[in-house]
Design a protein around this ligand. Sequence first.
Ligand code: C5P
Length: 234
Amino acid sequence: MTASIPVFVAVDTVDLDQAHRAVAAAAAAGMGVKLGLEIFNAHGPAALRPLVPSGVPLFLDLKCHDIPNTVAGAVRGAVGAMRPDFLTIHASGGRAMVEAAVANAGDTRILAVTVLTSLDQDDLAAAGVAGTVEDQVARLAALARGAGAHGLVCAATEIAVLKARLGRDTLLVVPGIRPAGAATGDQKRTMTPRDALAAGADWLVIGRPITGAADPAAAARAIAQHILVAEANR
Ligand code: C5P
């Protein structure tokens, strides 16, 4: 990993030309890239590995969730094909599944997803989960860390409590980031890059403010500058 700016640009497209532009913008600004299920399922690892130049940090957001034996094989396959720096799994797959993912990840760090932000308390109740979303996030976060996951994907509003409960060495990768004044789109609880890093985020995930800009490279540079100025003033 050689990025100097702790941001993964979310490449949420199946258009390979658009993906190339996003990766180029990320790399030029010293950022990494996040590839998710959409582009991975459309093109597969053979087409995607050449998209990301070596040295550009890669976050493979595949959110694996299956029986431990299958997740072990899926993680081995993804790690072997793509050599990502980070790979996601669902903490709700249980302790043995998380352990299987970690045991098969090699140098790739495993990040657990707790409760999808698309789910609310009524959705959890319908699935038989009592208590609040916050309780369930805390429960699954502790389960994942206890099973060896290196970190979590979480909302900016959860950073402080998760670092306090799970320790500073729990890596937190945080989406829902918006530069001041940027359109929030469908994100409800956003934070600026500077505030999320000050709150303790280790990496940020930023998509549309960069990929949806008229000039993605300029947008990425502006965000990198905003982060560097904040760091210099700290
Ligand atoms: O475009 P935007 O900056 O909202 O993109 C955020 C990225 O982070 C998307 O790839 C989205 O799927 C992902 N993500 C998220 N919220 C979560 C988990 C992942 O926005 N809770």
